[in-house]
Structures are given as structure tokens and as C-alpha cells.
Design a protein around this ligand. Structure first.
Ligand SMILES: Nc1nc2c(c(=O)[nH]1)N[C@H]1C(S)=C(S)[C@@H](COP(=O)(O)OP(=O)(O)OC[C@H]3O[C@@H](n4cnc5c(=O)[nH]c(N)nc54)[C@H](O)[C@@H]3O)O[C@H]1N2
Ligand SMILES: Nc1nc2c(c(=O)[nH]1)N[C@H]1C(S)=C(S)[C@@H](COP(=O)(O)OP(=O)(O)OC[C@H]3O[C@@H](n4cnc5c(=O)[nH]c(N)nc54)[C@H](O)[C@@H]3O)O[C@H]1N2
Ligand code: SF4
Ligand SMILES: [Mo]
Length: 702
């Protein structure tokens, strides 16, 4: 028996924890994973691990995971060769574009597209050839307002200031639950220890959330907020900083601050209190506490992105950090300096250069908001979408009005999915192309090193050999690109393996050739626990990519939205509002097929305050019917005093009982899909991001 230890990062979520993986090679059983543990020697995660990483071995062995191309034949699936698959896909897509124009093929890229490096480096090698304006991704059910804000204020959508959690004295968290999510747009393995360390140095953690979340439970202060009320709270906080003279001058080059001061003047704590359901005295005190801390940072995530004022919220968060002197300051919000620097090497972005055909939503960085996807397929006319390519995504469960998405998918002439499973979305595909699994791949994290609370770098070699006849994601894109280019007889630029691209990025980057670190794939290979490149440092002034090289504090596109906030009516106390949540044993829609993660009691109940149950004569544990403008679902309700009265919570990513889904374990604990209730018309007005939180619903006995 041959045992080997391997060290590599987990890239299932943004925390990129270092793992120690043991493989065992036995003559009879062959090579297998025998254990997965946290790596205490990892320079960044220091041994932290969560249950999802242990499930990597279940992904590896899952009999439901596809290993070869699958072509639909009626209601059934047939395994075919890669050559046949590439040829079939290329011909279908080519024919549809010939008949209806390039935009007739749409693309949706899901969340693993930024977690798996072959998808990062090569998806565009093929998708770019399609030259379609109908490109969509999970970005617009997630962090789009953050990219847009950074693009408009700092000139690059990836110049995202990250909380300097290890040095701050005061962390104000809105709409994020890092204890469950392990951090987001803040790569922070081991977040609980780091939050407790703030408290250990006499600092303070404050959480604003309509639910007493796991993070709120360990915070020094938890403030309940009506869902969608954050723009009101944040504008009142900024107003208080200005009106009470709590500004702290900084040295950053800024344009437009006087305009902001003037625009925010009417948004006093007293005026905003009814909109967010927080007492004006609490708001003012929060602003004073924040300003009084030597080093403070305001951080907002999913809960404030995916709501009707998502962009306004993220702009206000930037301004609160800026005006209080905490932007680009140690212990405040800092931009990273990653080893492969996408900010330095890519263009800043563009916004509203074109709009979606049916609802006129703006593109950002070449993508349209995914809330518009179904109508682009369903509404007939010039430019209608007739074919879809999905890449590592499950829009039926993850985008608003999932039932409408399903109707749209069933109307398509052709659908290609690059995915590991026959799930709620890919069951509509004509062809599914599965890639190798995570442990059969190399990996370098270009995305999450860019968002990390320390500058770190590591390169992972594959742990398991590539199975015979399998292809990596990047090879699938190369195969598709070649077959498609052959039909269009346009020349195809040569490409290289992802590792070579990363090697070039590392060598040319700030820690590459000529620097003390001399990073390359080869030098990183000598550091299996990763290389620590030091804490974040102030650098924003030198990284700005605006035309003026100055921060634009008052972009008109965002400033104009203040008017919409001013016209908001006070929250209707009797209206139930639906929000989402995450659990540490779950990962969006796709990790429910692993016994290790789903065992025990179900975790997908609807949470409701006992007073709200009583008001409706409902009982804890009962099945209820939840309805919104777009549809209804049935689910079990659970009494929960952690909920703010008037607010209910349901996690997304469930609803696996649909016919034809081939994920046995997931289907046996199906749950209901919250996105059968979320509304494709309820959007952040500035960016078009879906407002998945704060959905008006009714609940009755089922
Ligand atoms: N109501 C509500 N809706 C939400 C959210 C919410 O909080 N509330 N959250 C939103 C957010 S933040 C996100 S990011 C989205 C996620 O939405 P999506 O990205 O659409 O969905 P995922 O559930 O992440 O699905 C990932 C898919 O990728 C496949 N996959 C996994 N690994 C690989 C791989 O290596 N290669 C390939 N080719 N495929 C792979 C899986 O089989 C699965 O089908 O959901 C959003 N939707
Ligand atoms: N275990 C696990 N980890 C994950 C994921 C997962 O599915 N499971 N998904 C990954 C992905 S794709 C992402 S984007 C990140 C997201 O990471 P986070 O942003 O930390 O996401 P959530 O845990 O959904 O936390 C959102 C919080 O916002 C609150 N909220 C809802 N509405 C409002 C509101 O109107 N105002 C305020 N202030 N709060 C509100 C919710 O109650 C919830 O506590 O997590 C990543 N990590
Ligand atoms: S928190 Fe869990 S899923 Fe996320 S990187 Fe770490 S081990 Fe992987
Ligand atoms: Mo996400």
C-alpha cells in the first residue's frame, strides 16, 4: 500500500483554504483519496477547512457525475465521442447563427466559471467566436453592483477594496454572513477567528441583517433591518458623518465630493429611519462609533447587492469608507496587489454600450443582466435567442422566475451545456459536455487572490491522473473552438495550456522576474503550502484607472438613483418580505448530491418568526404555500426567533424534484426553489442586477 500526501487549495468557495490530501494506491483498488484535512502549514488558511472540502472525494466518486459527452435522444441520453460532440455542437450553433444572426445564440456562465482556472483562461477562446451580445452570467444575480461601482468610481470593475480584517478596530457588515459563506469579495479563510481577533484587540463587529445570522450571533451588536432598507440606512450614516463633522480628510485624489455632500443632505437619520425600520438614534450612534474608531471598515455583500438599491448601497459603502478616512488605509478598505494582476493587464470595463432587446437593460463588461434572459428567448422578433450555451451554471435554480426560465429553455432550438451533471437546467440541453473533476485539474486562483485579505499566491498540481478519454474544461473549449472555426473558415489564434498562461502572468507580475519573490509556476511548485506576499497596503492612488486618475465620488448614473430612494414609501409593516440564506454544508445549487453534506435533518425550511406564524394560525413544522407575483411553492415552515418579524428566509439552490434530474441524493431531499418566487422584474435600477432579497410574498397553510 502506497500512501502519498498532497497539498493544494480548495477552490469550491472563495476562501481558497489549503488542504492536506492523502491518496492511497493499492494494487487491487487502484488510486483513491484516503483523507482530506486542513493544512496547518498553509500560509493563509492555517489549517481551516469546512465540510465541503471533505466532500471533494464524493464529487470524485459520484456515480451521477457525467464522464463523457451525453447527447439527448428523445427523453433519454446517449454517450457519444468527443469528436462527434464538437462537430454536432458547432454545426447546430453555426446553422442557428446563419439563419437568425449572431445574437440568436446566448451564453450563460455560472459561478464555477470564476473558481476553476481552465474556465477562466479558456471559455472565451470558444465563446468569443460566437460574437453574440446575448451574454449572461451569475454576476447579475450576485456582485454586479460592486463591479459597476468600482468601474465608475475607480475606473476598473476589479478594483474592489477589501476589508483589512486583520488590522481593523471596527467592522460594520451589511448583508453578508461570512460564518456561513466563508467570506465573499473578501477571501478570508478562517473568518471566525479573524472576527474574534478584532474583538480580542478591543474592537467591535456590528452586523446589519434582517436575520440574526451566525455572524450576527458572534457580533458585538446586531441591528435588524427591513429587507431593502440598506440604502436608507447607509445614506443616513453618510449624512451623519457630514452633518456632525465626523469627516476625516485623506490624501486620495477625489472629484465630486462636494456634489455628494449636497445630494446627501436631505437623507437625515430621522428621514431615513422609517424606510429601514431602524431608530434614528441608533443610526446616529452607529455613525459616531464608526467615526470614533481609529481604523474602521464598512463591508456589504450579497444581501445588499441583490436588492432594489444594490448599486446605491455599494456606492454609499465606498463613500462611508472614503469620508471617514478609511479607504485605502491600513485597517480600513484596501485593494490587493495580486501576483497575477488582472487590474493592471485588462481594460477597466464598459457600461450601457448596448441594451437587452426586450427590456432595455444595460450591458456591463459585455454582459447583460440575466433577469432578461428568459424574455430574450420567449419574445419573438428580430434578434430573438434560439440557442443557449450554459457553462457551469444552473439558471433554473439560481436566477429569478426559474419557472419562466424553464419555459424558455424548453422553447429553444438547441442547447449546449458544459457541466458535470444532468440537473434542473442541463436536463433541457441537447448535448452535455462534462469536464474532469477538481482534483484531476491544475489550479491557480486568478480571481480570489485578487480579493484576498492578504496578498498570497499558490499553484496546485492535479492530484489524480486525468482519466482515459476525459477532457479538462479548457480542452473542451479548444475542441469547440476548432470545430466552430472550421465551419466559419475564420483563422483561429493558437492557444496554450492554462499553466503556461499563468506562468507568463506570474513572471510579468509584480512579484515575478526581477523581484525578490521571482514567482513562476516552477518557483511556486517549491512552495506547496503557498507563498505569503505580505499584508495589503495602501495602493489605490497608483492603481486608479479613471481617465482623470482621480476617484469619481459622484458618478451621475448612481447619483441620479438617489431620487428613487427619496421617493420610497415607508416600509409596510404587514407585508411579509422574503430573503435568502446560506449554510456552510451547501454550495449554491450543486452540492446537494453528496451524502456527507446533506445527511442529518434538512436545512432548507422556510424560517419565520413565531409572531408571524401565530398571526396566520400556522404551526411550526407545518407545510405552507408561499406565493409571490410570479409563482408559488410549498415548503415546511420552521419557527425561528432569529428572524425579524415580517421577514422570512429560504435558501436558494433547492428544488431538485424536477423530472429528469439525475442526481439521486439531491432529489431525495429536494426542497423548493426560492427562485420560483423571485421576480425577474424586481431589479436594481442602475445595474439591472436581480433583487433576490426583499420579495413581497404571502404565506398560507398548504
Ligand atoms: N434567490 C437567490 N438566488 C441566488 C442567490 C441567492 O442568494 N438567492 N445567489 C446567487 C449567487 S451569489 C450565485 S453565484 C448564483 C449561482 O448560480 P449558478 O452559477 O447558475 O449555479 P451553481 O449552483 O453555482 O451551479 C454550478 C454548476 O456548475 C457545475 N460545475 C461545478 N463544477 C464545475 C466544473 O468544474 N466545470 C463545469 N463545466 N461545471 C461545473 C455544477 O454541476 C452546476 O451545474 O446563484 C444566485 N442565485
Ligand atoms: N456555504 C456556502 N458558502 C458559500 C456559498 C454557498 O452557497 N454556501 N455561496 C458562495 C457564493 S456564490 C457567494 S456570492 C457568497 C455570498 O456570501 P455572503 O454575501 O456572505 O452571503 P449570504 O450568506 O447569503 O449572506 C447574505 C446575508 O444577507 C442577509 N440579507 C438578506 N437581505 C438583506 C437586506 O436587505 N439587507 C441586509 N443588510 N441583509 C440582508 C441575509 O439574511 C444573509 O445573512 O457565498 C459563497 N460561499
Ligand atoms: S471554506 Fe470550505 S469550501 Fe471554502 S475553500 Fe475552505 S474548505 Fe473549501
Ligand atoms: Mo455568488
Amino acid at each position: 500500500m502506497n500512501k502519498t500526501l498532497h497539498y493544494r487549495a480548495c477552490h469550491l468557495c472563495e476562501a481558497i483554504c489549503g488542504l492536506t490530501i492523502e491518496t492511497t494506491d493499492e494494487p487491487a483498488a487502484g488510486l483513491r483519496i484516503s483523507s482530506i484535512k486542513g493544512d496547518p502549514q498553509d500560509s493563509f488558511s492555517r489549517g481551516h477547512i469546512c465540510p465541503k472540502a471533505v466532500a471533494l472525494q464524493d464529487i470524485q466518486n459520484d456515480p451521477d457525475r457525467l464522464r463523457v459527452p451525453h447527447k439527448r435522444v428523445g427523453d433519454d441520453w446517449q454517450a457519444i465521442s468527443w469528436e462527434e460532440a464538437f462537430e454536432f455542437a458547432a454545426q447546430k450553433l453555426w446553422a442557428i447563427q446563419q439563419a437568425h444572426g449572431q445574437n440568436a445564440v446566448a451564453v450563460y456562465q455560472g459561478n464555477p466559471s470564476v473558481h476553476n482556472y481552465g474556465l477562466m483562461t479558456h471559455s472565451n477562446y470558444f465563446l468569443g467566436l460566437l460574437k453574440t451580445r446575448n451574454r449572461f452570467s451569475a454576476t447579475s444575480v450576485d456582485q454586479l453592483p460592486q463591479h459597476l461601482t468600482s468601474y465608475l468610481m475607480y475606473g476598473h470593475g476589479l478594483l474592489l477594496p477589501i476589508p483589512d480584517i486583520d488590522h481593523t478596530d471596527f467592522m460594520l457588515i451589511l448583508g453578508g454572513n461570512p460564518l456561513a459563506s466563508n467570506g465573499s469579495i473578501m477571501t478570508v479563510p478562517d473568518v471566525e477567528k479573524r472576527l474574534k481577533a478584532i474583538q480580542g484587540r478591543s474592537g467591535k463587529v456590528v452586523v446589519v441583517d434582517p436575520r440574526r445570522s451566525e455572524t450576527a450571533a458572534i457580533a458585538d451588536q446586531h441591528v435588524f433591518i427591513r429587507p431593502g432598507g440598506d440604502a436608507a440606512l447607509l445614506s443616513a450614516l453618510l449624512n451623519t458623518l457630514f452633518s456632525e463633522g465626523l469627516e476625516r480628510p485623506g490624501s486620495l485624489p477625489v472629484d465630486g465630493l462636494d456634489q455628494v455632500r449636497e445630494a446627501i443632505a436631505p437623507f437625515t437619520a430621522e428621514a431615513m429611519a422609517p424606510l429601514c425600520g431602524i431608530d434614528a438614534r441608533v443610526i446616529r450612534q452607529l455613525a459616531r462609533d464608526f467615526a470614533a474608531a481609529d481604523k474602521a471598515v464598512c463591508y456589504g455583500r450579497m444581501g445588499v447587492s441583490t436588492q432594489r438599491f444594490g448599486t446605491l448601497c455599494h456606492w454609499l459603502i465606498q463613500l462611508i469608507n472614503l469620508v471617514s478616512g478609511n479607504l485605502d488605509r491600513v485597517g480600513g478598505a484596501l485593494c490587493t496587489q495580486p501576483a497575477v494582476d488582472l487590474v493592471a493587464t485588462t481594460a477597466g470595463g464598459h457600461f450601457n454600450a448596448w441594451q437587452s432587446r426586450v427590456s432595455g437593460l444595460p450591458e456591463y463588461g459585455g454582459e447583460l443582466p440575466v433577469a432578461a434572459l428568459a424574455q430574450e428567448m420567449l419574445v419573438a422578433g428580430e434578434g430573438q435567442v434560439h440557442a443557449l450555451v450554459t457553462v457551469a451554471g444552473n439558471p433554473v435554480l439560481s436566477t429569478p422566475n426559474g419557472q419562466q426560465v424553464e419555459r424558455a429553455l424548453s422553447s429553444l432550438e438547441f442547447m449546449l451545456s458544459i457541466d458535470l451533471y444532468i440537473n434542473e437546467t442541463t436536463r433541457y440541453a441537447d448535448l452535455i459536455l462534462p469536464s474532469t473533476s477538481a482534483l484531476e485539474n491544475d489550479h491557480y486562483d486568478t480571481t480570489f487572490n485578487l480579493l484576498a485579505v492578504r496578498n498570497v499566491s499558490r499553484f496546485n498540481r492535479a492530484i489524480l491522473p486525468k482519466p482515459q478519454g476525459a477532457l479538462h474544461d479548457w480542452e473542451i473549449f479548444v475542441g469547440l473552438a476548432k470545430a466552430f472555426a472550421a465551419l466559419s473558415d475564420k483563422p483561429l489564434k493558437p492557444t496554450m495550456a492554462p499553466a503556461q498562461m499563468i506562468d507568463i502572468g506570474l513572471r510579468q507580475g509584480p512579484y515575478g522576474e526581477g523581484s525578490a519573490f521571482n514567482l513562476s509556476v516552477e518557483t511556486l511548485a517549491q512552495h506547496p503550502h503557498g507563498v505569503d506576499l505580505g499584508p495589503l497596503r495602501p495602493n489605490l492612488a497608483t492603481r486608479l484607472k479613471t481617465a482623470s486618475q482621480r476617484i469619481q465620488a459622484a458618478p451621475s448614473q448612481i447619483l441620479d438613483d438617489l431620487q428613487r430612494l427619496a421617493e420610497q414609501l415607508p416600509a409596510d409593516r404587514d407585508q411579509l418580505l422574503l430573503i435568502g440564506r446560506r449554510h456552510v454544508r451547501s454550495n449554491n445549487s450543486w452540492m446537494h448530491n453528496y451524502h456527507r453534506l446533506v445527511k442529518g435533518k434538512p436545512r432548507h425550511q422556510l424560517l419565520m418568526h413565531p409572531d408571524d406564524l401565530a398571526a396566520r394560525q400556522l404551526q411550526d413544522g407545518q407545510r405552507v404555500k408561499v406565493s409571490s407575483r410570479v409563482g408559488s411553492i410549498e415548503v415546511e415552515v420552521q419557527a425561528c426567533t432569529d428572524m425579524m418579524p415580517g421577514v422570512i428566509s429560504l435558501p436558494h439552490g433547492f428544488g431538485h424534484a424536477r423530472a429528469g434530474v439525475r442526481m439521486d441524493i439531491a432529489s431525495s431531499q429536494a426542497g423548493a426553489s426560492v427562485n420560483d418566487l423571485t421576480d425577474e422584474c424586481q431589479l436594481d435600477a442602475v445595474s439591472g442586477n436581480a433583487a433576490l432579497n426583499g420579495v413581497a410574498v404571502q404565506v398560507v397553510a398548504a
